[in-house]
Design a binder for this molecule. Sequence first.
Ligand SMILES: Cc1cc2nc3c(=O)[nH]c(=O)nc-3n(C[C@H](O)[C@H](O)[C@H](O)COP(=O)(O)OP(=O)(O)OC[C@H]3O[C@@H](n4cnc5c(N)ncnc54)[C@H](O)[C@@H]3O)c2cc1C
Length: 553
Amino acid sequence: MKQLQIDLIPEEYASPSSVRRAVAQAMGVREDELEPFRITRRSIDCRRRPLYHCTVEVESGKWHPEGELNTLEKKKNVVKKVENDAKQTAAADLSTFHFPLSTKQVLIVGAGPAGLFAALRALQLGMKPIIVERGKPVEERKKDIVSLVRTKEVNPDSNWCFGEGGAGTYSDGKLYTRSTKRGDVSQVLRLFVEHGADPDIMVDVHAHIGTDRLPAIIASMRKTITEAGGEYHFNTRVTDLIVKDGRVCGVVTAAGDEIEADAVILATGHSARDIYELFTRRGWLLEAKPFALGVRVEHPQELINEIQYHGKNYSKLLPPATYSLTTQVYSNNQTTRQSSNQHGVFSFCMCPGGVIVPAATAGGQQVVNGMSNAARNSGFANSGIAVTVGSEDISSISRESSPTSLLDFQKSVERRAFEAAGNTIDAPSQRLVDFLRRKPSSRLNKSNYMGHCVSAPLHEILPDFVVDCLIQGFKDFDRKMRGFITEEASLLAVESRTSSPVRIPRDKETLQHPQLQGLYPCGEGAGYAGGIVSSALDGIRCVEAIGMLHSRQ
Ligand SMILES: Cc1cc2nc3c(=O)[nH]c(=O)nc-3n(C[C@H](O)[C@H](O)[C@H](O)COP(=O)(O)OP(=O)(O)OC[C@H]3O[C@@H](n4cnc5c(N)ncnc54)[C@H](O)[C@@H]3O)c2cc1C
Protein backbone atom coordinates (compact mmCIF):
# COMPACT_ATOMS: atom_id res chain seq x y z
CA MET A 1 0.00 0.00 0.00
CA LYS A 2 1.45 3.34 -1.03
CA GLN A 3 0.00 6.64 0.09
CA LEU A 4 0.33 9.82 -1.95
CA GLN A 5 -1.12 13.30 -2.10
CA ILE A 6 -2.55 14.69 -5.30
CA ASP A 7 -4.17 18.02 -6.07
CA LEU A 8 -6.92 18.08 -8.68
CA ILE A 9 -8.81 20.97 -10.20
CA PRO A 10 -12.60 20.45 -9.97
CA GLU A 11 -12.90 19.45 -13.65
CA GLU A 12 -10.27 16.73 -13.16
CA TYR A 13 -11.86 15.56 -9.96
CA ALA A 14 -15.20 15.15 -11.72
CA SER A 15 -13.69 12.89 -14.37
CA PRO A 16 -12.52 9.39 -13.31
CA SER A 17 -10.15 9.12 -16.29
CA SER A 18 -8.44 12.39 -15.32
CA VAL A 19 -8.10 11.21 -11.75
CA ARG A 20 -6.55 7.97 -12.96
CA ARG A 21 -4.14 9.89 -15.13
CA ALA A 22 -3.14 12.12 -12.23
CA VAL A 23 -2.55 9.15 -9.92
CA ALA A 24 -0.50 7.35 -12.57
CA GLN A 25 1.57 10.48 -13.06
CA ALA A 26 2.15 10.86 -9.34
CA MET A 27 3.18 7.19 -9.16
CA GLY A 28 5.48 7.59 -12.15
CA VAL A 29 3.81 4.70 -14.01
CA ARG A 30 1.78 4.31 -17.21
CA GLU A 31 -1.99 4.23 -16.75
CA ASP A 32 -2.19 0.58 -17.78
CA GLU A 33 0.36 -0.25 -15.09
CA LEU A 34 -1.58 1.48 -12.36
CA GLU A 35 -2.62 -0.64 -9.37
CA PRO A 36 -6.07 -0.29 -7.71
CA PHE A 37 -6.36 2.87 -5.69
CA ARG A 38 -8.85 4.81 -3.64
CA ILE A 39 -9.22 8.25 -2.15
CA THR A 40 -9.03 8.06 1.63
CA ARG A 41 -9.11 11.79 2.52
CA ARG A 42 -10.42 14.76 0.61
CA SER A 43 -10.75 18.48 1.18
CA ILE A 44 -11.20 21.57 -0.95
CA ASP A 45 -8.59 24.31 -0.83
CA CYS A 46 -10.04 27.53 -2.19
CA ARG A 47 -7.36 30.00 -1.18
CA ARG A 48 -6.70 30.54 -4.90
CA ARG A 49 -8.28 28.62 -7.76
CA PRO A 50 -10.21 25.78 -6.04
CA LEU A 51 -8.32 22.51 -5.72
CA TYR A 52 -9.25 19.14 -4.33
CA HIS A 53 -6.50 17.95 -1.98
CA CYS A 54 -6.69 14.17 -2.03
CA THR A 55 -4.87 11.48 -0.14
CA VAL A 56 -4.77 8.41 -2.35
CA GLU A 57 -3.87 4.88 -1.32
CA VAL A 58 -2.57 2.69 -4.10
CA GLU A 59 -2.85 -1.02 -3.48
CA SER A 60 -0.95 -3.92 -4.87
CA GLY A 61 -2.68 -6.13 -7.45
CA LYS A 62 -4.11 -5.38 -10.82
CA TRP A 63 -6.23 -2.36 -11.73
CA HIS A 64 -9.95 -3.14 -11.71
CA PRO A 65 -12.88 -0.83 -12.40
CA GLU A 66 -14.19 -1.06 -8.83
CA GLY A 67 -11.06 0.67 -7.74
CA GLU A 68 -11.95 3.67 -9.85
CA LEU A 69 -12.37 6.94 -8.11
CA ASN A 70 -15.81 8.35 -7.83
CA THR A 71 -16.94 11.51 -9.44
CA LEU A 72 -18.95 13.95 -7.44
CA GLU A 73 -22.09 12.43 -8.93
CA LYS A 74 -21.02 8.78 -8.75
CA LYS A 75 -19.52 8.82 -5.32
CA LYS A 76 -20.88 5.43 -4.33
CA ASN A 77 -18.35 3.74 -6.62
CA VAL A 78 -15.64 6.07 -5.49
CA VAL A 79 -15.86 5.06 -1.88
CA LYS A 80 -16.93 1.50 -2.27
CA LYS A 81 -13.89 0.09 -0.63
CA VAL A 82 -13.87 2.75 2.06
CA GLU A 83 -17.46 1.85 2.78
CA ASN A 84 -16.66 -1.83 3.08
CA ASP A 85 -13.68 -1.13 5.28
CA ALA A 86 -15.69 1.21 7.47
CA LYS A 87 -18.53 -1.29 7.76
CA GLN A 88 -16.18 -4.13 8.56
CA THR A 89 -14.41 -2.17 11.26
CA ALA A 90 -17.66 -0.86 12.68
CA ALA A 91 -19.14 -4.35 12.60
CA ALA A 92 -16.11 -5.50 14.52
CA ASP A 93 -16.84 -2.73 17.03
CA LEU A 94 -20.48 -3.74 17.34
CA SER A 95 -19.74 -7.44 17.69
CA THR A 96 -18.13 -6.63 21.02
CA PHE A 97 -21.56 -5.59 22.29
CA HIS A 98 -22.57 -9.19 22.61
CA PHE A 99 -20.39 -9.91 25.60
CA PRO A 100 -22.50 -10.83 28.59
CA LEU A 101 -22.96 -7.59 30.52
CA SER A 102 -21.52 -7.39 34.01
CA THR A 103 -23.65 -6.31 36.92
CA LYS A 104 -22.09 -2.85 36.68
CA GLN A 105 -24.66 -0.22 35.70
CA VAL A 106 -23.81 3.23 34.40
CA LEU A 107 -26.55 5.81 34.57
CA ILE A 108 -26.23 8.38 31.79
CA VAL A 109 -28.21 11.60 32.13
CA GLY A 110 -28.83 13.01 28.65
CA ALA A 111 -29.12 11.27 25.26
CA GLY A 112 -27.05 13.79 23.29
CA PRO A 113 -23.85 12.79 21.48
CA ALA A 114 -21.94 12.55 24.79
CA GLY A 115 -24.58 10.33 26.38
CA LEU A 116 -25.18 8.09 23.36
CA PHE A 117 -21.53 7.41 22.65
CA ALA A 118 -20.97 6.81 26.36
CA ALA A 119 -23.76 4.21 26.22
CA LEU A 120 -22.32 2.50 23.13
CA ARG A 121 -18.86 2.36 24.71
CA ALA A 122 -20.29 1.11 28.04
CA LEU A 123 -21.78 -1.86 26.19
CA GLN A 124 -18.44 -2.61 24.57
CA LEU A 125 -16.88 -2.62 28.02
CA GLY A 126 -19.57 -4.95 29.34
CA MET A 127 -21.42 -2.38 31.45
CA LYS A 128 -25.16 -1.78 31.25
CA PRO A 129 -26.07 1.80 30.30
CA ILE A 130 -29.27 3.30 31.71
CA ILE A 131 -30.06 6.45 29.74
CA VAL A 132 -32.30 9.02 31.42
CA GLU A 133 -33.53 11.70 29.02
CA ARG A 134 -35.92 14.58 29.76
CA GLY A 135 -37.14 14.69 26.16
CA LYS A 136 -38.87 12.29 23.81
CA PRO A 137 -37.69 9.66 21.34
CA VAL A 138 -36.51 11.35 18.17
CA GLU A 139 -39.63 10.45 16.16
CA GLU A 140 -41.94 12.20 18.66
CA ARG A 141 -39.54 15.06 19.25
CA LYS A 142 -39.90 16.13 15.65
CA LYS A 143 -43.59 16.90 16.23
CA ASP A 144 -42.71 19.27 19.09
CA ILE A 145 -40.24 21.09 16.88
CA VAL A 146 -42.87 21.56 14.18
CA SER A 147 -45.29 22.78 16.86
CA LEU A 148 -42.66 25.17 18.27
CA VAL A 149 -42.39 26.89 14.90
CA ARG A 150 -46.16 27.00 14.44
CA THR A 151 -47.26 28.11 17.91
CA LYS A 152 -44.06 29.93 19.01
CA GLU A 153 -44.42 28.09 22.35
CA VAL A 154 -41.29 26.31 23.60
CA ASN A 155 -41.76 22.97 25.36
CA PRO A 156 -38.99 23.08 28.04
CA ASP A 157 -38.35 19.34 27.71
CA SER A 158 -38.63 18.89 23.96
CA ASN A 159 -37.16 21.43 21.57
CA TRP A 160 -34.17 22.08 19.31
CA CYS A 161 -31.74 21.21 22.13
CA PHE A 162 -33.64 18.71 24.30
CA GLY A 163 -34.80 15.24 23.36
CA GLU A 164 -33.19 12.09 21.98
CA GLY A 165 -29.98 12.90 20.10
CA GLY A 166 -29.61 16.17 22.02
CA ALA A 167 -28.63 19.41 20.33
CA GLY A 168 -26.83 17.50 17.60
CA THR A 169 -29.93 15.96 16.01
CA TYR A 170 -31.51 18.91 14.25
CA SER A 171 -28.21 20.37 13.20
CA ASP A 172 -25.94 20.51 10.21
CA GLY A 173 -24.24 17.44 11.64
CA LYS A 174 -20.76 18.78 10.99
CA LEU A 175 -18.36 16.14 12.19
CA TYR A 176 -15.05 17.89 12.46
CA THR A 177 -13.38 18.94 15.59
CA ARG A 178 -10.47 21.30 16.14
CA SER A 179 -9.30 19.09 18.96
CA THR A 180 -7.94 15.75 17.84
CA LYS A 181 -6.21 15.31 21.18
CA ARG A 182 -9.45 14.22 22.81
CA GLY A 183 -9.44 10.74 21.28
CA ASP A 184 -9.89 8.66 18.19
CA VAL A 185 -12.23 10.61 15.89
CA SER A 186 -12.48 7.69 13.47
CA GLN A 187 -14.01 5.59 16.25
CA VAL A 188 -16.90 8.06 16.37
CA LEU A 189 -17.21 8.29 12.58
CA ARG A 190 -17.24 4.50 12.23
CA LEU A 191 -20.12 4.23 14.67
CA PHE A 192 -22.03 6.85 12.69
CA VAL A 193 -21.43 4.85 9.49
CA GLU A 194 -22.50 1.63 11.15
CA HIS A 195 -25.75 3.32 12.11
CA GLY A 196 -26.51 4.58 8.63
CA ALA A 197 -24.34 7.63 7.89
CA ASP A 198 -22.85 7.97 4.40
CA PRO A 199 -19.37 6.35 4.45
CA ASP A 200 -18.08 9.51 2.78
CA ILE A 201 -17.81 10.97 6.28
CA MET A 202 -14.68 8.83 6.68
CA VAL A 203 -13.17 10.53 3.62
CA ASP A 204 -14.17 14.19 3.78
CA VAL A 205 -12.01 16.33 6.04
CA HIS A 206 -15.03 18.58 6.58
CA ALA A 207 -17.69 15.91 6.76
CA HIS A 208 -21.31 16.52 7.68
CA ILE A 209 -24.40 14.34 7.88
CA GLY A 210 -27.41 16.67 7.58
CA THR A 211 -30.49 17.08 9.72
CA ASP A 212 -32.66 15.02 7.36
CA ARG A 213 -30.42 11.97 7.97
CA LEU A 214 -29.58 12.33 11.66
CA PRO A 215 -32.89 11.24 13.27
CA ALA A 216 -32.75 7.79 11.60
CA ILE A 217 -29.14 7.37 12.77
CA ILE A 218 -30.09 8.27 16.33
CA ALA A 219 -33.00 5.80 16.23
CA SER A 220 -30.66 3.11 14.90
CA MET A 221 -28.27 3.75 17.81
CA ARG A 222 -31.19 3.30 20.18
CA LYS A 223 -31.89 -0.09 18.57
CA THR A 224 -28.26 -1.16 19.04
CA ILE A 225 -28.24 -0.01 22.65
CA THR A 226 -31.53 -1.64 23.65
CA GLU A 227 -30.80 -4.88 21.78
CA ALA A 228 -27.47 -5.17 23.56
CA GLY A 229 -29.08 -4.75 26.98
CA GLY A 230 -29.14 -0.97 27.54
CA GLU A 231 -32.17 0.82 28.93
CA TYR A 232 -33.86 4.16 28.09
CA HIS A 233 -36.08 6.32 30.27
CA PHE A 234 -37.62 9.05 28.09
CA ASN A 235 -39.72 11.97 29.37
CA THR A 236 -37.68 11.70 32.58
CA ARG A 237 -36.07 14.88 33.81
CA VAL A 238 -33.40 14.51 36.49
CA THR A 239 -33.91 16.98 39.31
CA ASP A 240 -31.43 15.78 41.93
CA LEU A 241 -28.65 13.32 42.64
CA ILE A 242 -28.74 10.63 45.29
CA VAL A 243 -25.62 11.15 47.39
CA LYS A 244 -24.59 8.75 50.17
CA ASP A 245 -21.36 9.40 52.12
CA GLY A 246 -20.10 11.79 49.43
CA ARG A 247 -20.76 9.24 46.72
CA VAL A 248 -23.34 9.62 43.94
CA CYS A 249 -25.30 6.41 43.55
CA GLY A 250 -28.24 7.49 41.44
CA VAL A 251 -30.64 10.25 40.45
CA VAL A 252 -34.01 11.59 41.48
CA THR A 253 -36.47 12.41 38.71
CA ALA A 254 -39.08 15.14 38.39
CA ALA A 255 -41.74 12.50 39.13
CA GLY A 256 -39.96 11.77 42.44
CA ASP A 257 -38.64 8.37 41.36
CA GLU A 258 -35.15 7.24 42.30
CA ILE A 259 -32.95 5.36 39.82
CA GLU A 260 -29.80 3.85 41.27
CA ALA A 261 -26.55 2.89 39.53
CA ASP A 262 -22.85 2.36 40.23
CA ALA A 263 -21.78 5.53 38.46
CA VAL A 264 -23.56 8.56 36.97
CA ILE A 265 -22.45 10.37 33.82
CA LEU A 266 -23.94 13.86 33.69
CA ALA A 267 -24.20 14.75 29.99
CA THR A 268 -27.02 17.27 30.04
CA GLY A 269 -25.67 19.80 27.53
CA HIS A 270 -25.08 23.52 27.87
CA SER A 271 -28.76 24.47 27.95
CA ALA A 272 -29.69 22.45 31.05
CA ARG A 273 -29.79 25.49 33.32
CA ASP A 274 -31.79 23.60 35.93
CA ILE A 275 -28.75 21.35 36.46
CA TYR A 276 -26.52 24.38 37.13
CA GLU A 277 -29.22 25.68 39.51
CA LEU A 278 -29.23 22.30 41.27
CA PHE A 279 -25.46 22.50 41.82
CA THR A 280 -25.76 26.06 43.12
CA ARG A 281 -28.59 25.14 45.48
CA ARG A 282 -26.74 22.11 46.82
CA GLY A 283 -23.45 23.98 47.19
CA TRP A 284 -21.60 21.65 44.81
CA LEU A 285 -18.62 23.09 42.94
CA LEU A 286 -19.21 24.96 39.68
CA GLU A 287 -16.91 27.36 37.85
CA ALA A 288 -17.60 30.28 35.51
CA LYS A 289 -16.27 29.58 32.03
CA PRO A 290 -15.68 32.01 29.15
CA PHE A 291 -18.18 31.57 26.33
CA ALA A 292 -19.05 33.50 23.17
CA LEU A 293 -21.93 35.75 22.22
CA GLY A 294 -23.03 37.32 18.96
CA VAL A 295 -25.37 37.00 16.03
CA ARG A 296 -26.11 34.69 13.13
CA VAL A 297 -25.21 36.16 9.75
CA GLU A 298 -27.03 35.05 6.63
CA HIS A 299 -25.99 35.51 2.97
CA PRO A 300 -27.25 34.13 -0.32
CA GLN A 301 -25.27 30.90 -0.78
CA GLU A 302 -24.44 31.87 -4.35
CA LEU A 303 -22.62 34.93 -3.10
CA ILE A 304 -20.53 32.85 -0.69
CA ASN A 305 -19.77 30.38 -3.50
CA GLU A 306 -18.61 33.22 -5.72
CA ILE A 307 -16.37 34.69 -3.04
CA GLN A 308 -14.87 31.38 -1.97
CA TYR A 309 -14.56 29.81 -5.41
CA HIS A 310 -13.38 33.04 -7.07
CA GLY A 311 -16.24 33.42 -9.52
CA LYS A 312 -19.18 31.53 -10.91
CA ASN A 313 -17.26 28.87 -12.88
CA TYR A 314 -17.31 26.19 -10.23
CA SER A 315 -20.80 26.39 -8.81
CA LYS A 316 -21.87 23.19 -10.60
CA LEU A 317 -18.67 21.26 -9.90
CA LEU A 318 -18.20 22.02 -6.23
CA PRO A 319 -20.40 21.67 -3.14
CA PRO A 320 -21.90 24.80 -1.52
CA ALA A 321 -18.95 26.72 -0.14
CA THR A 322 -18.16 27.08 3.54
CA TYR A 323 -15.97 29.56 5.39
CA SER A 324 -14.19 29.75 8.69
CA LEU A 325 -13.15 33.19 9.88
CA THR A 326 -11.39 34.40 12.94
CA THR A 327 -9.77 37.61 14.12
CA GLN A 328 -8.58 39.42 17.24
CA VAL A 329 -9.92 42.90 18.01
CA TYR A 330 -9.70 45.45 20.82
CA SER A 331 -12.93 46.87 22.15
CA ASN A 332 -13.24 50.33 23.70
CA ASN A 333 -15.36 48.83 26.37
CA GLN A 334 -16.39 51.41 28.94
CA THR A 335 -18.14 48.77 31.01
CA THR A 336 -15.02 46.75 31.68
CA ARG A 337 -12.21 47.39 34.09
CA GLN A 338 -9.73 47.95 31.27
CA SER A 339 -10.15 50.74 28.74
CA SER A 340 -9.25 48.41 25.97
CA ASN A 341 -9.83 44.70 25.86
CA GLN A 342 -8.74 42.05 23.44
CA HIS A 343 -11.42 39.69 22.16
CA GLY A 344 -11.59 36.90 19.64
CA VAL A 345 -14.29 37.24 16.99
CA PHE A 346 -14.96 34.09 15.00
CA SER A 347 -17.40 32.32 12.75
CA PHE A 348 -19.07 29.36 14.39
CA CYS A 349 -21.19 26.46 13.14
CA MET A 350 -21.28 27.66 9.54
CA CYS A 351 -24.17 26.03 7.66
CA PRO A 352 -23.92 26.19 3.85
CA GLY A 353 -27.33 25.81 2.22
CA GLY A 354 -28.81 25.97 5.69
CA VAL A 355 -31.71 27.19 7.75
CA ILE A 356 -31.71 29.36 10.88
CA VAL A 357 -33.70 27.88 13.76
CA PRO A 358 -35.17 29.13 17.04
CA ALA A 359 -33.07 27.25 19.61
CA ALA A 360 -34.51 28.56 22.90
CA THR A 361 -35.12 25.94 25.58
CA ALA A 362 -37.73 27.78 27.62
CA GLY A 363 -40.13 30.69 27.39
CA GLY A 364 -38.78 34.22 27.67
CA GLN A 365 -35.60 33.48 25.65
CA GLN A 366 -34.67 34.22 22.07
CA VAL A 367 -31.76 32.13 20.72
CA VAL A 368 -30.82 31.29 17.13
CA ASN A 369 -28.71 28.52 15.67
CA GLY A 370 -28.26 26.88 12.28
CA MET A 371 -28.83 23.54 10.60
CA SER A 372 -28.79 22.07 7.07
CA ASN A 373 -29.98 19.04 5.18
CA ALA A 374 -27.48 16.62 3.68
CA ALA A 375 -27.81 18.33 0.28
CA ARG A 376 -27.22 21.79 1.76
CA ASN A 377 -29.49 23.20 -0.88
CA SER A 378 -31.59 25.92 0.79
CA GLY A 379 -29.90 28.69 -1.18
CA PHE A 380 -28.80 30.49 2.01
CA ALA A 381 -25.53 30.35 3.91
CA ASN A 382 -25.59 31.11 7.63
CA SER A 383 -23.05 31.17 10.40
CA GLY A 384 -22.75 32.26 14.00
CA ILE A 385 -20.39 35.22 14.41
CA ALA A 386 -19.44 35.38 18.06
CA VAL A 387 -17.25 37.40 20.42
CA THR A 388 -15.44 35.77 23.33
CA VAL A 389 -16.79 36.86 26.70
CA GLY A 390 -15.04 36.32 30.03
CA SER A 391 -15.87 37.25 33.62
CA GLU A 392 -13.76 40.43 33.34
CA ASP A 393 -16.05 41.70 30.56
CA ILE A 394 -19.09 41.77 32.78
CA SER A 395 -17.51 42.93 36.02
CA SER A 396 -19.33 46.24 35.96
CA ILE A 397 -22.64 44.68 34.90
CA SER A 398 -22.51 41.97 37.52
CA ARG A 399 -20.39 43.23 40.42
CA GLU A 400 -20.87 40.03 42.38
CA SER A 401 -18.62 37.52 40.69
CA SER A 402 -20.03 34.01 41.04
CA PRO A 403 -19.74 30.75 39.08
CA THR A 404 -23.02 31.57 37.39
CA SER A 405 -22.47 35.27 36.64
CA LEU A 406 -21.69 34.59 32.96
CA LEU A 407 -24.77 32.38 32.80
CA ASP A 408 -26.86 35.22 34.27
CA PHE A 409 -25.37 37.58 31.69
CA GLN A 410 -26.19 35.11 28.88
CA LYS A 411 -29.78 34.86 30.17
CA SER A 412 -30.17 38.65 30.32
CA VAL A 413 -29.12 39.09 26.67
CA GLU A 414 -31.48 36.31 25.52
CA ARG A 415 -34.28 37.99 27.49
CA ARG A 416 -33.58 41.35 25.81
CA ALA A 417 -33.68 39.72 22.38
CA PHE A 418 -37.00 38.05 23.26
CA GLU A 419 -38.48 41.37 24.36
CA ALA A 420 -37.18 43.10 21.23
CA ALA A 421 -39.14 40.59 19.18
CA GLY A 422 -42.38 41.54 20.96
CA ASN A 423 -42.06 38.78 23.58
CA THR A 424 -41.97 36.03 20.98
CA ILE A 425 -39.41 33.75 19.39
CA ASP A 426 -39.54 35.81 16.20
CA ALA A 427 -35.97 36.72 15.35
CA PRO A 428 -34.78 40.28 15.95
CA SER A 429 -33.08 41.08 12.70
CA GLN A 430 -31.07 43.84 11.02
CA ARG A 431 -29.28 44.18 7.73
CA LEU A 432 -25.52 43.87 8.19
CA VAL A 433 -24.86 47.24 6.54
CA ASP A 434 -27.29 48.94 8.95
CA PHE A 435 -25.73 47.23 11.97
CA LEU A 436 -22.34 48.60 10.91
CA ARG A 437 -23.87 52.11 10.80
CA ARG A 438 -25.71 51.45 14.09
CA LYS A 439 -29.07 52.27 12.59
CA PRO A 440 -32.26 50.17 12.54
CA SER A 441 -33.26 48.59 9.24
CA SER A 442 -36.26 50.10 7.53
CA ARG A 443 -36.55 46.94 5.45
CA LEU A 444 -35.20 43.43 5.92
CA ASN A 445 -33.67 41.02 3.43
CA LYS A 446 -35.30 37.70 2.64
CA SER A 447 -34.29 35.18 5.29
CA ASN A 448 -34.42 31.44 5.73
CA TYR A 449 -35.25 31.68 9.45
CA MET A 450 -37.81 29.06 10.57
CA GLY A 451 -40.22 31.67 11.80
CA HIS A 452 -40.64 35.39 11.36
CA CYS A 453 -37.97 38.07 11.44
CA VAL A 454 -38.72 41.46 12.97
CA SER A 455 -36.63 44.54 12.42
CA ALA A 456 -34.83 45.41 15.65
CA PRO A 457 -31.73 47.45 16.54
CA LEU A 458 -29.27 44.66 17.37
CA HIS A 459 -26.66 47.33 18.13
CA GLU A 460 -28.85 48.28 21.12
CA ILE A 461 -29.88 44.78 22.17
CA LEU A 462 -26.35 43.41 22.38
CA PRO A 463 -23.90 44.74 24.99
CA ASP A 464 -21.76 47.64 23.70
CA PHE A 465 -18.47 45.79 23.80
CA VAL A 466 -19.97 42.91 21.78
CA VAL A 467 -21.31 45.35 19.16
CA ASP A 468 -17.96 47.09 19.05
CA CYS A 469 -16.08 43.82 18.52
CA LEU A 470 -18.58 42.51 15.97
CA ILE A 471 -18.27 45.67 13.87
CA GLN A 472 -14.49 45.39 13.81
CA GLY A 473 -14.74 41.67 13.17
CA PHE A 474 -17.08 42.07 10.19
CA LYS A 475 -14.75 44.67 8.67
CA ASP A 476 -11.81 42.31 9.02
CA PHE A 477 -13.82 39.42 7.56
CA ASP A 478 -14.68 41.59 4.57
CA ARG A 479 -10.97 42.15 4.01
CA LYS A 480 -10.45 38.38 4.09
CA MET A 481 -13.56 37.55 2.04
CA ARG A 482 -14.23 40.53 -0.27
CA GLY A 483 -17.98 41.00 -0.54
CA PHE A 484 -18.82 39.56 2.90
CA ILE A 485 -20.23 42.96 3.83
CA THR A 486 -23.09 43.39 1.41
CA GLU A 487 -26.58 44.86 1.24
CA GLU A 488 -27.80 41.27 0.94
CA ALA A 489 -26.46 40.07 4.31
CA SER A 490 -28.73 39.87 7.38
CA LEU A 491 -28.04 39.48 11.08
CA LEU A 492 -30.34 37.56 13.41
CA ALA A 493 -30.09 37.60 17.20
CA VAL A 494 -28.98 36.15 19.41
CA GLU A 495 -26.23 33.57 19.00
CA SER A 496 -25.64 32.84 22.66
CA ARG A 497 -25.41 29.04 22.99
CA THR A 498 -22.03 28.61 21.38
CA SER A 499 -20.65 26.87 24.46
CA SER A 500 -21.35 26.59 28.15
CA PRO A 501 -20.77 29.66 30.35
CA VAL A 502 -20.30 27.28 33.30
CA ARG A 503 -17.94 24.39 33.97
CA ILE A 504 -18.76 21.49 36.26
CA PRO A 505 -15.26 20.64 37.46
CA ARG A 506 -13.80 17.15 37.45
CA ASP A 507 -10.55 15.50 38.47
CA LYS A 508 -8.09 15.32 35.55
CA GLU A 509 -7.28 11.66 36.18
CA THR A 510 -10.48 10.04 37.41
CA LEU A 511 -12.87 12.48 35.64
CA GLN A 512 -15.04 12.53 38.78
CA HIS A 513 -16.42 15.68 40.37
CA PRO A 514 -14.03 16.74 43.17
CA GLN A 515 -16.76 16.60 45.83
CA LEU A 516 -18.93 13.86 44.40
CA GLN A 517 -17.35 10.44 43.89
CA GLY A 518 -19.13 8.44 41.21
CA LEU A 519 -20.29 11.55 39.30
CA TYR A 520 -18.72 12.10 35.87
CA PRO A 521 -19.49 15.59 34.46
CA CYS A 522 -19.37 15.06 30.71
CA GLY A 523 -19.70 16.71 27.31
CA GLU A 524 -20.54 20.26 26.35
CA GLY A 525 -22.69 21.09 29.37
CA ALA A 526 -19.91 20.28 31.79
CA GLY A 527 -17.52 22.42 29.72
CA TYR A 528 -15.29 19.65 28.35
CA ALA A 529 -16.40 19.58 24.73
CA GLY A 530 -17.87 21.72 21.99
CA GLY A 531 -19.60 20.07 19.06
CA ILE A 532 -20.88 16.63 18.19
CA VAL A 533 -17.60 14.78 17.76
CA SER A 534 -15.79 16.19 20.78
CA SER A 535 -18.86 15.56 22.96
CA ALA A 536 -19.06 11.98 21.69
CA LEU A 537 -15.36 11.52 22.44
CA ASP A 538 -15.84 12.89 25.94
CA GLY A 539 -18.68 10.43 26.54
CA ILE A 540 -16.38 7.59 25.51
CA ARG A 541 -13.62 8.94 27.79
CA CYS A 542 -15.89 9.09 30.83
CA VAL A 543 -17.07 5.51 30.38
CA GLU A 544 -13.51 4.32 29.94
CA ALA A 545 -12.57 6.08 33.20
CA ILE A 546 -15.41 4.21 34.92
CA GLY A 547 -14.26 0.95 33.31
CA MET A 548 -10.68 1.50 34.52
CA LEU A 549 -11.84 2.09 38.07
CA HIS A 550 -14.12 -0.94 37.89
CA SER A 551 -11.31 -3.18 36.65
CA ARG A 552 -9.10 -2.09 39.59
CA GLN A 553 -11.80 -2.88 42.18
C1 LIG B 1 -29.27 23.89 15.89
C2 LIG B 1 -27.92 23.35 16.30
C3 LIG B 1 -27.00 23.02 15.32
C4 LIG B 1 -25.75 22.49 15.65
N1 LIG B 1 -24.91 22.10 14.66
C5 LIG B 1 -23.76 21.45 14.97
C6 LIG B 1 -22.94 20.89 13.97
O1 LIG B 1 -23.25 20.95 12.78
N2 LIG B 1 -21.80 20.26 14.35
C7 LIG B 1 -21.43 20.16 15.65
O2 LIG B 1 -20.37 19.57 15.94
N3 LIG B 1 -22.18 20.68 16.63
C8 LIG B 1 -23.35 21.30 16.33
N4 LIG B 1 -24.13 21.82 17.32
C9 LIG B 1 -23.67 21.69 18.71
C10 LIG B 1 -23.83 20.23 19.17
O3 LIG B 1 -25.13 19.84 18.91
C11 LIG B 1 -23.49 20.12 20.64
O4 LIG B 1 -22.14 20.53 20.80
C12 LIG B 1 -23.61 18.68 21.13
O5 LIG B 1 -24.90 18.19 20.86
C13 LIG B 1 -23.34 18.61 22.62
O6 LIG B 1 -23.49 17.27 23.02
P1 LIG B 1 -23.85 16.86 24.52
O7 LIG B 1 -24.20 15.43 24.47
O8 LIG B 1 -22.76 17.30 25.42
O9 LIG B 1 -25.12 17.73 24.92
P2 LIG B 1 -26.54 17.86 24.22
O10 LIG B 1 -26.50 17.48 22.80
O11 LIG B 1 -27.01 19.22 24.55
O12 LIG B 1 -27.44 16.78 24.95
C14 LIG B 1 -27.87 16.92 26.28
C15 LIG B 1 -29.07 16.03 26.50
O13 LIG B 1 -29.38 16.04 27.89
C16 LIG B 1 -30.79 16.12 28.06
N5 LIG B 1 -31.05 16.73 29.36
C17 LIG B 1 -30.81 18.01 29.74
N6 LIG B 1 -31.15 18.19 31.02
C18 LIG B 1 -31.62 17.01 31.47
C19 LIG B 1 -32.14 16.59 32.72
N7 LIG B 1 -32.23 17.41 33.77
N8 LIG B 1 -32.57 15.30 32.83
C20 LIG B 1 -32.50 14.45 31.76
N9 LIG B 1 -32.01 14.80 30.57
C21 LIG B 1 -31.56 16.07 30.42
C22 LIG B 1 -31.25 16.98 26.89
O14 LIG B 1 -32.61 16.75 26.59
C23 LIG B 1 -30.32 16.52 25.77
O15 LIG B 1 -30.87 15.47 25.02
C24 LIG B 1 -25.38 22.34 17.02
C25 LIG B 1 -26.31 22.72 18.02
C26 LIG B 1 -27.55 23.21 17.67
C27 LIG B 1 -28.52 23.59 18.76
